[in-house]
Every structure is written in structure tokens, then in C-alpha cells.
Design a protein around this ligand. Structure first.
Ligand SMILES: Nc1ncnc2c1ncn2[C@@H]1O[C@H](COP(=O)(O)OP(=O)(O)OP(=O)(O)O)[C@@H](O)[C@H]1O
Length: 710
């Protein structure tokens, strides 16, 4: 897209445009002002350390938010179900494949392919059904049997699990607990609760559903429990479920409903050929034929795993102890809510620990606050953003499946903070001012634990009055000095110094002199400390996934064709109403529009009013201000003095945006190279390329090659 030089004529026209749009500078379908949007935080936020001493929320995690209604099944649907169920596989196959129960109702999803696959699994499997198994093997084989029954009419399946049974899987589905309770990534899902989306992607370790059985102190006896469980299973089928399935139901069973999961996000991601298997198996699982043949689960989008690939989350004793003492810290008496900082070297398992901790806390409280300090591997926002989120729902998948609207966010614009540590810390301080102090706070940190990265950790502990430090390590020696209270007494940070130190630059009263509880966690999972090498595991791929996830919000919630970026009607905003700034490098003011065009920009709110004199308003310094989301500046009209911007941010919030910040976070190449439904030349992409062109850049394709010497 062309960017013209600013001319006085265009400036004049643009002044008129500004007048016309004086009130609604964001022109599209601007609705009423959202009065709930808080004011911009000033650039140099003063540190507010003390969280008010406050009451713990007495409400436990909401239960019975809504019970999933049992779908009405028309009377004649039995006949229909019978029609689609043609037995094609004998039960002998089922047992020899070590773990699949094939109810007769499930055979419609069976096929020759499946039978062949089943046989191939059989050859690699351990035993056949008529071989005498030692008791432990029998137990194992038994545990691998997933008793699931498919309801064709409603395209859903009921799975009966016995207490302690674990289903480790790849794929995605919607899970509702119908009877008993199950645990997924630390979160307990009980009968009567809402449905939860589960995503198990090869980008991360597989998810597991663990049956916890029924609550023992029940008012019902065993027999009543059994009858209740059976009645629940029956309710979900139009005809009597198979005898085999019913015989598995017991008073202490767990009964879950599984449904396929299809959302704008999953449709958008899988529309890219490279991401077609984003919820499939990883190469190791494929190679080791780690799947359990179960057509009912497969029909719901779930592939059960077995053997070494079915370990799921590995929790070492220190991992479990840390979680348990943090839960006790929340349950016990305290003057201040626990503020938990989780740190460790790259790929030591910080984010996974955080997810487990967050979910475990959500079993006991309605919300957890999450301060994101990791610019590269963000949990709830696009990369390059620092944020404070209030989390009320469990996170049951990788970050790109659970982006949330943050309570407050600052766009830093880079995937690491080395270039400007002070701006990084000022941004975090400005976010910290919005911590409520009524919920436990989890602080996620970067994997940069050496040199300046380590000094930043020391600062964070002091600045945010951390009550608990969880430090993850792997191997025989810790990757950096342990951040114990004793060490903190004399340690220097980037901005802070030990309180007694004569070198201190800030008054000691501003610093946390309280001590923290130190919890050391030894990560014992196989790949601890090694960056993911498999597809979808590399940091840059995960960042792209987060961005794709963010922009998937533009897609329609109804199934239909995927729409490329240029198909969305852009907002138009006058040059003079929004300031523009480049954060990651020096760009001459004359070239700034070349730089921002066709780029991702942070949509930010400056506290002072932006009034231009016609032409673009260029910032000379990078402000620390609130960011409400990201957008793609898809065009600039110099003649009319307008920016054209595509964003999923709602118009009511956009009205507060008066600053566009450009950083180093770029659009995923996939979004430019694979534009759906475009015939002929792809917008923004050319092969007729001149290195001389201003604002142009070559698309680098990452081939996953390791640099020599690494
Ligand atoms: N306890 C665990 N058991 C099994 N796998 C794990 C465990 N913890 C982490 N992993 C896996 O290791 C990889 C890296 O984990 P994670 O993203 O949690 O590490 P991190 O320290 O947050 O990484 P980064 O420094 O890049 O942010 C992921 O694939 C994750 O699924």
C-alpha cells in the first residue's frame, strides 16, 4: 500500500476531516462511550506497594453455574439411531487392542481404515485378550479401557471412568461432568458445573482427565448412588445404552459428557495448512504409535494416549509440596493476600506450574490475579504486552486457546525487555497499581535469569512485596542463585538496592523489608530446560499462535468461510486525533508512516489530549500508557489524512484510543502469505521486490535449522 508524503493540501483537507469527526474520531460503527474504562495510567507511576488488608472472598468457586440441560430427544430418534449403527467390528478386536470398548452404537464411525489401524496397533500392543496377563498388566490394560458410548443423534459421547482412571489425550473437546468429579490440570470439575473447553495441543504436554470418583460423605448409600449414576447415563441416550457401558457404571464412577469443540479460533487456526494438526499428535507420539484405538473418543476429537507418551503433567514431590503450601497460604489467615512470584530459567516449566496453580486456586476462590511479566511467552494476551488479568475460569489448554481481556495492559512492543529495562519496570509498576488485593496474585516472569535478567527478578520481589517466591530448577545444579530471603537482604537489583545499603537510591521505606517464603521446585519432566524442538513448540511459533488467536476474534462466530484481514471494514481515524510512535528503533519522522503501514500497532490511551495541526502527530518519546488491544494498520490515506485500522477491539473502547505504538511484534507470516479466498496478487506481498523501497522488508522464512555451534 502506498504512503504519500504529507502535502499542505492534504493537511487542509484533513483539518476539515478532523472537524467533522471531532467527537467520533474512530469512524465505523461507533457506539456509546464506555464509562467503565479506567483512566490512563501516567507514564511514571509511583510505586504503591501496600495492598490494602482485605477480607478473603468467602465465596468458593462457583458451583452449579448452570446445569447443562439434557437435550430433548424425539421419540422416533431410537429408530434413527439403530439405522446408523451397523456392527462391523467384533469385540475380539476391541480387547486385543488393549483398551477400547466398542459399543455397538459406536461402530458407525468405524471403518476399514480404523480396523486396519487397530490391527497395526495390536501388533505393537502388549498383549492380546486371550493371553494370560499378570495382575499388574491386567490392571494397566483395564485402566486403558475407556468405556464411551456415542449418541449419534446429538453428536456427543458419554464416558464412564472408574476412580483413579486417567485419560491422557491429544485433541480438543467440551467436557461436562455428569456424575462424580474429575480433575484436569489441577482444576476439579464436578457434577452440576458448566461445560469446560479442553485443548490438548502438541505444543505442550498432553492434558489428562483424572477420575476422582464420587464424594464419599454422601447422603446416599452405595445402591442409591449406583441408581442415580445409571439414571444420569440413560438420560443422555435416546435408546438404552449398551449393557457393557451400564455394567461399568458404579456409585463411585465418574461420568462425563464429551462434545466436539468447534470455535472461530479452532476454525481459523486449522484453516492454515501448517496448523491443520494443531490439535493432533506430535511427531514423537506418531512415531511411537502411542494412541489407543477408540472410535467414540475420536469422533469427539479426542485421541487417547498410552505408554511413555501418556505421562501428561509430571509433578515432582517439590512441585506438589509447593502447590499445597500455596493453597494453604490462601486458605489460612493472612494480613495480605498471597503474592506469588514464579521464576526459573527458560523452559523450566514456569507457565505450566502457573496454570496448575491458578486452576488449583480456582477450586477455592472465585478469582486469581495474574501479572504477566514475560513479554515473549504471554499467557492471556498477545506477545509484547505486559498485563494484569483477573482470572475466573480455569485454563485448560495452551495460552493461545485462552486469550482474555486484561484488566490493564501496557504494550511494550518487543518480545524481551533488554533494550529498555527501565521502561519495562515502569510499565509493570503502572500495572501493579491496579492489583485489587482481594485475590491471590500470580506473577509470571521471563526465563532470563542471568545478568540483568536476574537483577530484574530481585527488583520484582522488592517492588511488589512478594510473599512467596517459587523458583523452578532442573538438573543437578540450579540455573541461578536461589532467591531466598537471606540472599535478598544483600542483593542488588536493577533499580532497587538492599535497604541498609548506603548505595540505596530510593528511601528504604519504599522498599519491601518484609521477608518472603521461598519454595524451590525441582522440575523432573523429560524435556525440562530444553527449548521445544518439535513443530509448534518453538517460542516464535507460539508467539505467532497467540497473535493468530488474537486476530481470530475478527472472524464470525458462525461457521463459514475464513475471511482474510483485508475483508474487514477498517475503522478510519484522522491523523491529527491519534499520535503515532515507534518503540523499538529510531525512525526519522518523515519515514514513520512507511514504517507503520501494514503493521501491528498497540492501541493506546495517553492521558493528555492529542491535537494535531493537520499532519500526523509523531511522539518523540515512548510513553508508558494503557493499551486496549492491538490492530493492524492496513492503510494510510494521505489525501484525506486518515489511518485505516482493523481490530477486534470494540468501538466503545476504541473511542479512548489516541495513540498508536509500533513495536517489533509483526504479523504472523501465515496471515500475509496464506490469505484466504484471494485471487491474483496477495495484498501487502510482492515478489517484485526492491530493497531500495522505503518501508519494505523481506519475509524471512524460519526453517527450524539450528545455528552451527548451538
Ligand atoms: N511438569 C511438567 N510435566 C510435563 N511437561 C511439562 C511440565 N512443565 C512444563 N512442561 C512442558 O515443557 C515445555 C515448557 O514448559 P513451560 O512453557 O511451562 O516452561 P517455561 O519455563 O514457562 O518456558 P519459557 O521460559 O519459554 O516461558 C512445555 O511444552 C510444557 O508442556
Amino acid at each position: 500500500m502506498k504512503v504519500h508524503k504529507v502535502s499542505s493540501r492534504s493537511q487542509h483537507k484533513q483539518r476539515n476531516a478532523t472537524k467533522r469527526h471531532n467527537k467520533n474520531k474512530w469512524h465505523k460503527k461507533v457506539r456509546s462511550l464506555d464509562s467503565t474504562l479506567p483512566n490512563t495510567s501516567p507514564g511514571t507511576a509511583k510505586l504503591e506497594q501496600q495492598i490494602a488488608k482485605s477480607e478473603k472472598p468467602t465465596v468458593k468457586r462457583l458451583q452449579k453455574l448452570y446445569t447443562k440441560p439434557v437435550t430433548f430427544i424425539p421419540k422416533n430418534s431410537c429408530a434413527e439411531e439403530e439405522k446408523v449403527t451397523a456392527p462391523s467390528v467384533t469385540s475380539a478386536h476391541v480387547h486385543t487392542n488393549g483398551g477400547t470398548e466398542l459399543d455397538d452404537s459406536s461402530t458407525s464411525v468405524d471403518s476399514k481404515e480404523w480396523s486396519e489401524y487397530a490391527n497395526s496397533v495390536l501388533q505393537n500392543g502388549k498383549e492380546s485378550s486371550n493371553t494370560e496377563l499378570p495382575d499388574t498388566d491386567k490392571q494397566e490394560e483395564d485402566d486403558l479401557q475407556f468405556h464411551a458410548h456415542l449418541d449419534h443423534t446429538n453428536n456427543r459421547a458419554v464416558l464412564v471412568m472408574k476412580p483413579g482412571q486417567v485419560l491422557c489425550f491429544r485433541g480438543k473437546c467440551l467436557l461436562t461432568c455428569l456424575y462424580g468429579h474429575v480433575e484436569v490440570l489441577g482444576f476439579t470439575i464436578e457434577e452440576g458445573q458448566q461445560s469446560y473447553p479442553l485443548f490438548s495441543s502438541p505444543s505442550h504436554c498432553p492434558l489428562t482427565i483424572k477420575a476422582l470418583g464420587n464424594n464419599p460423605p454422601s447422603s446416599k448409600n452405595k445402591k442409591e448412588g449406583l441408581l442415580e449414576a445409571k439414571a444420569i447415563v440413560r438420560k443422555y441416550f435416546s435408546s438404552e445404552p449398551s449393557k457393557k457401558l451400564m455394567s461399568e457404571v458404579d456409585s463411585d464412577s465418574c461420568v462425563v459428557l464429551l462434545e466436539p469443540l468447534d470455535t472461530p479460533l479452532t476454525r481459523f487456526l486449522t484453516s492454515f495448512s501448517e496448523l491443520a494438526e494443531i490439535f493432533g499428535l506430535n511427531s514423537k507420539e506418531l512415531r511411537s504409535q502411542a494412541t489407543i484405538y477408540n472410535p467414540v473418543l475420536s469422533a469427539m476429537g479426542v485421541t487417547a494416549l498410552r505408554g511413555p507418551c501418556a505421562q501428561g503433567l509430571v509433578t515432582s514431590p517439590s512441585f506438589r509440596e509447593a502447590i499445597s503450601s500455596l493453597l494453604s497460604a490462601w486458605a489460612g489467615e493472612f494480613d495480605r493476600c498471597p503474592v506469588i512470584l514464579v521464576c526459573g530459567a527458560k523452559s523450566s516449566g514456569k507457565s505450566t506450574f502457573n496454570r496448575h496453580l491458578m486452576n488449583s486456586l480456582l477450586n477455592h476462590t472465585v478469582s486469581v490475579e495474574y501479572l504477566e511479566c514475560d513479554l515473549g511467552q504471554t499467557e492471556f494476551t498477545p506477545p509484547g504486552c505486559l498485563s494484569l488479568c483477573t482470572i475466573t475460569e480455569p485454563v485448560l489448554g495452551p495460552p493461545f486457546t485462552h486469550l482474555r481481556d486484561p484488566k490493564h495492559m501496557v504494550y511494550y512492543g518487543l518480545a524481551n525487555c533488554q533494550a529498555d529495562i527501565d521502561r519495562y519496570l515502569e510499565s509493570l509498576k503502572s500495572l501493579w497499581r491496579h492489583v485489587s488485593g482481594e485475590s491471590p496474585v500470580i506473577i509470571n516472569t521471563m526465563g532470563w535469569v542471568k545478568g540483568h535478567g536476574f537483577l530484574i527478578l530481585v527488583d520484582l520481589i522488592r517492588l511488589f512485596s512478594i510473599t512467596h517466591v517459587v523458583q523452578l530448577s532442573y538438573g543437578n545444579a540450579p540455573q541461578c542463585q536461589l532467591l531466598t530471603p537471606e540472599f535478598l537482604r544483600t542483593a542488588h537489583g536493577w533499580q532497587t538496592h538492599p535497604p541498609q545499603s548506603t548505595l540505596t537510591e530510593e528511601p528504604a521505606s519504599h522498599l519491601n523489608t518484609q521477608s518472603h517464603v521461598f519454595l524451590s521446585v525441582q522440575s523432573e519432566f523429560e524435556s525440562a530446560g530444553t527449548s521445544g524442538e518439535m513443530q509448534h513448540q518453538r517460542s516464535n511459533e507460539l508467539r505467532d499462535l497467540a497473535l493468530l488467536s488474537y486476530f481470530s476474534q475478527l472472524q464470525s462466530s458462525e461457521p463459514g468461510p475464513i475471511r482474510p484481514l483485508h475483508c474487514f471494514i477498517p475503522y478510519q481515524v484522522p491523523h491529527s486525533s491519534v499520535a503515532i510512535g515507534v518503540m523499538h528503533c529510531e525512525v526519522a519522522p518523515n519515514n514513520i508512516l512507511y514504517a507503520v503501514n501494514a503493521s501491528i500497532v498497540g492501541l493506546c490511551c495517553l492521558s493528555e489530549k492529542v491535537v494535531g495541526r493537520g499532519g500526523p502527530v509523531v511522539l518523540s518519546q515512548t510513553p508508558v500508557c494503557q493499551c486496549v488491544g492491538l490492530g493492524v494498520l492496513r492503510g494510510i490515506d494521505m489525501a484525506r489524512g486518515l489511518y485505516f485500522l482493523v481490530t477486534p477491539v470494540s468501538p466503545s473502547v476504541l473511542r479512548h484510543v489516541n495513540c498508536l505504538l509500533l513495536g517489533e511484534i509483526t504479523l504472523p507470516k501465515k496471515m500475509l502469505i496464506k490469505q484466504h479466498g484471494v485471487e491474483g496478487d496477495l495484498p501487502y506481498v510482492t515478489t517484485d521486490y526492491s530493497f531500495e523501497a522505503k518501508g519494505a522488508g523481506k519475509i524471512h522464512i524460519y526453517k527450524g535449522l539450528t545455528r552451527p555451534g548451538l
